[in-house]
Design a protein around this ligand. Structure first.
Ligand SMILES: Cc1cc2nc3c(=O)[nH]c(=O)nc-3n(C[C@H](O)[C@H](O)[C@H](O)COP(=O)(O)OP(=O)(O)OC[C@H]3O[C@@H](n4cnc5c(N)ncnc54)[C@H](O)[C@@H]3O)c2cc1C
Length: 409
């Protein structure tokens, strides 16, 4: 005969939850202060949802949690003078009046506009600033962009003319002067053609080491591959660091103050390069992987003279799908896609390309895609940021005319 043991009574979590329920409609709310007498002597259950609800700082538009238990709730968040009630979708303005330290994000603005890489540098600076209670200073030639929406607490403008002319030595001297004046804890650059060059010049001017091409960043560690990718080089984030492309995701809905600082006086006696200027290059001479603006043709293109004229008029590098390269309309090294070249242009203008998976694999890193196709349901149209449902043969000469009217080509 089996021996009978006295068993513990089972707890009924549903009954416990019902006892805590305050209001069922429109949304259930729980009062955790009500003591629920457990039906058995078992261990009290943890309620992760309730703990999470207690920790909510602000749920609009992006949930932010404070697990320390000191959450103040949305009503206690600072309001901004001179502004009406915040729209539900508008991010909360974060004002950092008295930062523990400053962090410089030195931005490139290639071709007079902020690049995706610039946004990533701002996000990287934000990451380090938030961990240290600091403020991000965007050091950038004047451009009028809303840098607050990209995470900048302050903006230190450099002369706008420097964006146009090739004056790396003057830029480096100005950044070094700003560093001497504000003593930022970290200075971050984009590891790009111009940003990387500037970072190295500033490192020499300041007599400090640069940790170049950071690929992984946290508040405790900056790291990058070394030895041809066989090893990793890491350390606590140093003062000067340059961020590799696509190492840090740009910030989503944020709003910081972007308060303007007085630009530092231009340093005297900086040795200037004599006669340095940017030379125009043949866009078709640029490797596809490095091209910034690509005009690409697919099987829907039949007017090849118009396609060549469009490339010249827009100053864009010409490329194509495998079908057109197979047919000999373009050389093989112009093929975009899985078995061609993977491109990372800022703009990809596609004429008569269906958007086969092998082709789309080649344009995964492109910032903006514009597609011209007669088929509304083509995969390329779905991938595009801007779609034109029209005959490529009609759109190409129209664009050439427009470009010429505006003084291009
Ligand atoms: C192993 C493998 C690797 C491959 N690698 C690649 C690669 O690297 N790159 C690549 O591109 N492909 C590659 N392909 C081929 C790929 O699968 C497609 O066949 C190819 O991309 C199709 O090219 P397309 O879009 O130019 O032509 P199509 O598929 O013929 O599409 C033509 C498009 O043009 C549109 N169109 C037609 N007339 C007009 C008009 N008058 N005006 C505007 N639009 C018009 C049509 O609606 C259609 O969407 C690969 C295939 C394989 C099997």
């Amino acid at each position: 005969m089996s021996e009978q043991h006295p068993t513990a009574r089972r707890r009924d979590p549903r009954a416990e939850r019902a006892a805590r329920t305050v209001r069922v409609e429109p949304r259930r709310r729980l009062v955790l202060s009500v003591d629920v007498v457990p039906q058995t002597g078992g261990r009290p259950r943890r309620d992760p949802r309730a703990r999470r609800a207690e920790a909510i700082v602000q749920s609009v538009p992006r949930l932010r949690l404070d697990w320390t238990g000191k959450a103040v709730g949305a009503s206690a968040l600072p309001t901004v003078e001179g502004r009406g009630p915040r729209a539900a979708s508008e991010p909360v303005l974060r004002v950092i009046d008295d930062p523990a330290c400053l962090l410089f994000a030195v931005l490139d603005r290639p071709d007079g506009a902020l690049s995706g890489h610039d946004r990533q540098v701002l996000a990287a600076a934000r990451l380090l600033a938030d961990a240290a209670g600091g403020a991000v200073v965007a050091v950038v030639p004047d451009g009028g962009e809303d840098l607050g929406a990209l995470g900048a607490d302050r903006v230190l403008p450099l002369p706008a003319a420097w964006a146009d002319e090739y004056a790396p030595e003057r830029r480096a001297a100005a950044v070094a002067a700003a560093i001497a004046r504000w003593s930022p804890r970290h200075i971050l650059f984009a590891e790009s053609q111009d940003g990387g060059d500037l970072a190295r010049r500033v490192a020499v001017a300041c007599g400090e080491r640069l940790f170049a091409g950071v690929e992984s960043l946290s508040s405790a560690r900056a790291a990058r591959r070394a030895g041809g990718g066989a090893t990793e080089l890491g350390c606590a984030p140093p003062r000067l660091l340059s961020i590799a492309a696509d190492a840090v995701a740009p910030l989503g809905a944020v709003r910081h103050e972007a308060r303007r600082l007085d630009p530092p006086p231009e340093p005297d006696g900086v040795p200037a390069l004599q006669g340095a200027r940017r030379l125009p290059v043949d866009p078709d001479g640029v490797g596809l992987g490095e091209a910034d603006f690509i005009v690409s043709a697919g099987n829907g293109v039949t007017d090849w003279d118009a396609f060549a004229a469009l490339g010249r008029a827009l100053g864009a590098t010409r490329a194509g799908s495998r079908v057109v390269c197979d047919a000999g309309h373009l050389p093989r090294d112009r093929q975009v896609g899985a078995s061609g070249t993977v491109v990372s242009a800022r703009c990809y203008l596609a004429f008569g390309i269906a958007g086969a998976p092998q082709h789309l694999q080649g344009i995964g890193g492109v910032e903006r895609v514009i597609a011209v196709n007669t088929d509304l349901h083509a995969a390329m149209i779905k991938r595009a940021d801007l779609a034109i449902i029209a005959d490529a043969q009609a759109v190409m000469p129209a664009l050439v005319r427009l470009a010429r009217e505006r003084g291009h080509g």
